[in-house]
Design a protein around this ligand. Sequence first.
Ligand SMILES: Nc1ncnc2c1ncn2[C@@H]1O[C@H](COP(=O)(O)OP(=O)(O)OP(=O)(O)O)[C@@H](O)[C@H]1O
Ligand SMILES: [Mg+2]
Length: 102
Amino acid sequence: MAPPNTGTVLSADRLVKRFGDLTAVDDVSFIIRPGETYGLLGPNGAGKTTIISMVAGLIPADSGSVDVAGTRMDPAGTAAKRHLGLVPQELAIYPDLSAAKT
Ligand SMILES: Nc1ncnc2c1ncn2[C@@H]1O[C@H](COP(=O)(O)OP(=O)(O)OP(=O)(O)O)[C@@H](O)[C@H]1O
Ligand SMILES: [Mg+2]
């Protein structure tokens, strides 16, 4: 049975990320509730990967916060990361990974 559509699985609150003069992510907030499928759409360079990187704690936000299953994401910590899995597009397949038995 699907979980009730209440509570929050993942939330981002007012995320900002700057690279020098470029504001790559400008005040982004969202809430994802149990059972929801959430898509992040935008043109090349819109900031999707930067948002996901902050959500996963791979890079720190300049401001704002991320909560995963009620735990605040801290790039330096592990507590929130235990609730999260990520397959980044750049690393989905390792170049040296072979199906052949060696
Ligand atoms: N480490 C970085 N240093 C400097 N600029 C960066 C860095 N990472 C991303 N940017 C810039 O931030 C902006 C957002 O990039 P990001 O990769 O998040 O976009 P995206 O929506 O994932 O794009 P794509 O659809 O091409 O994957 C772009 O202008 C990009 O050049
Ligand atoms: Mg990207």
